[in-house]
Design a binder for this molecule. Structure first.
Ligand code: BGC
Ligand code: CA
Length: 359
C-alpha cells in the first residue's frame, strides 16, 4: 500500500532546504517526496504547517497549471510544507490518499474530487480526525458540503463562464457577418462538452448557448460531443463532424480550451483553409489556449482565474491550519454561506490577450 501511494506522489522538490513534494510539472518520483506530508520531517517546528493536496488527474491542463500557481504561493511562505498526490481518475485511490495524508498529520487537506457526487469517504475520514477540507474546482453538492462545518469550496462561478462565452460568441456573430458562411441567417454550431456530470460542463453548455440566443442570434444546432475536457478526444469527435458537414460548421462552443484546441487540431489535420473554419471559443485561458487566441486560431476564451483560485485556496488552507476561520478572508474575498469562495471569470479576445499572456 505504502509503495503504491508513494508512486502516486509527484516529484518532490527540495528548495532552500524545505520540503515541497509538489510541482505542476509531472516529473519522475524523487525520494524527497517520500517524507510526504509530514513523514520524516525532524526539522518541523511547531509553527510549521502541513498541507495535503490531491488532484483528480495530473494530465488535466488546467489543473496542472493551477498547481503551478499553488506551488508559487507556497514558495513565498517558508513555514508551509505541501505534498501533492495524483488520484489518476480513481475515487478509491483518492480516498486512500486522503486517509494517508490524515495519518501523516496534515493540518488541512485540499481535495479536487475525482467523483464530485461521491465525497462521503473523504468527508467521514476528515471529520473523524477533525481535519478541515478545502474542496476545489470540482464542486460537491450542497447536501454534502453542509454535512460538517469544516468543509469549504474554492472555485469559480460556472454560470458566469457560460454567459461570458455566449456573449463573446454573440458579439462575434453580430459584428462579423462572414461567420454565417452559407448566408442562411442562422449560425450552424456544435458544442464540445466536458465530463458528463461535472458542474462546469453542465452549466457552461446551457448558459453559453442560451446567452447566444438571448442576444438575438438565430442558431441551428448540428450536434454536440462529450470529449471529457480532453484535447485528443475532441479532435477525434470534431474530425467526424468535419466528415459529415465539411465547411458547414460556423461556430464551435467548447466547455474548455483543451477541447477547443482539439477542434483546431482537427481542422488543421483535415487541411482546411482558415477561412473555412468556424469561429471557435473556449474557456480557461491556459497558456496553450491563450497562444491560440494570440495566433488567431481561437476567436476567444474566458479566463478561469487559476492564479486567483490557487491563491485563495492557499490562503484559506493556511488560515484554517493556523486555527483561524474563513471569515478572516472576508476583506479579500466574497464568502458565501461561510463555506464558498468563488473567483470571477473574464472575457479574453485578441484585443486584451497581451494582459493575460504576460501573467
Ligand atoms: C476547467 C477544465 C478542467 C476541469 C477539471 C474546469 O473548470 O475549465 O479545463 O478540465 O475544470 O475539473
Ligand atoms: Ca449559417
Amino acid at each position: 500500500m505504502k509503495e503504491h501511494l508513494w508512486k502516486e506522489v509527484f516529484k518532490g522538490l527540495r528548495r532552500s532546504g524545505r520540503r515541497i513534494a509538489a510541482t505542476g510539472c509531472m516529473l519522475a518520483l524523487s525520494l524527497s517526496a517520500l517524507s510526504g506530508c509530514g513523514g520524516a520531517s525532524p526539522s518541523r517546528t511547531s509553527d510549521k504547517i502541513k498541507l495535503g493536496v490531491t488532484i483528480y488527474d495530473q494530465y488535466d491542463t488546467f489543473l496542472s497549471q493551477y498547481m503551478e500557481c499553488f506551488t508559487k504561493e507556497l514558495e513565498a511562505d517558508e513555514n508551509v510544507d505541501v505534498v501533492v498526490y495524483n488520484a489518476s481518475q480513481s475515487q478509491q485511490t483518492q480516498n486512500s490518499q486522503v486517509k494517508k495524508m490524515i495519518e501523516d498529520g496534515c493540518d488541512v487537506i485540499c481535495v479536487n474530487l475525482v467523483d464530485r457526487t461521491d465525497p462521503s469517504t473523504v468527508i467521514d475520514a476528515a471529520r473523524k480526525a477533525d481535519v478541515p477540507i478545502v474542496f476545489f474546482n470540482r464542486e460537491l453538492v450542497e447536501g454534502d458540503i453542509s454535512r460538517w462545518n469544516r468543509l469549504f469550496y474554492v472555485g469559480a462561478d460556472a454560470v458566469q463562464s457560460g454567459i461570458l462565452e455566449g456573449e463573446l460568441a454573440a458579439a462575434t456573430c453580430l459584428s462579423d457577418k462572414s461567420i454565417d458562411r452559407n448566408g442562411d441567417g442562422k449560425i450552424q454550431y456544435i458544442v464540445l462538452e466536458g465530463e458528463a456530470g461535472h458542474q462546469d460542463a453542465i452549466v457552461r453548455t446551457e448558459y453559453s448557448v442560451d446567452t447566444l440566443v438571448q442576444k438575438g442570434i438565430e442558431v441551428d444546432k448540428l450536434g454536440y460531443a462529450i470529449a471529457n475536457w480532453n484535447r485528443a478526444q475532441a479532435q477525434t469527435k470534431v474530425a467526424s463532424f468535419i466528415e459529415n458537414y465539411g465547411d458547414g460548421i460556423e461556430l464551435i462552443m467548447s466547455n474548455n480550451d483543451d477541447m477547443a484546441l482539439g477542434a483546431i487540431d482537427a481542422y488543421e489535420a483535415a487541411g482546411m483553409i482558415k477561412s473555412d473554419w468556424p469561429a471557435i471559443f473556449g474557456i480557461d485561458g491556459t497558456t496553450v489556449g491563450l497562444e491560440a487566441v494570440r495566433d488567431d486560431k481561437m476567436t476567444g476564451t474566458v479566463y478561469n482565474d487559476k492564479e486567483g483560485q490557487a491563491e485563495a485556496m492557499f490562503k484559506l488552507a493556511v488560515t484554517l491550519a493556523r486555527g483561524g476561520s474563513i471569515d478572516e478572508l472576508s476583506d479579500e474575498y466574497e464568502i458565501t454561506d461561510g463555506k464558498y469562495i468563488r473567483l470571477s471569470y473574464e472575457k479574453i479576445t485578441a484585443t486584451n490577450i497581451n494582459k493575460y499572456l504576460s501573467r
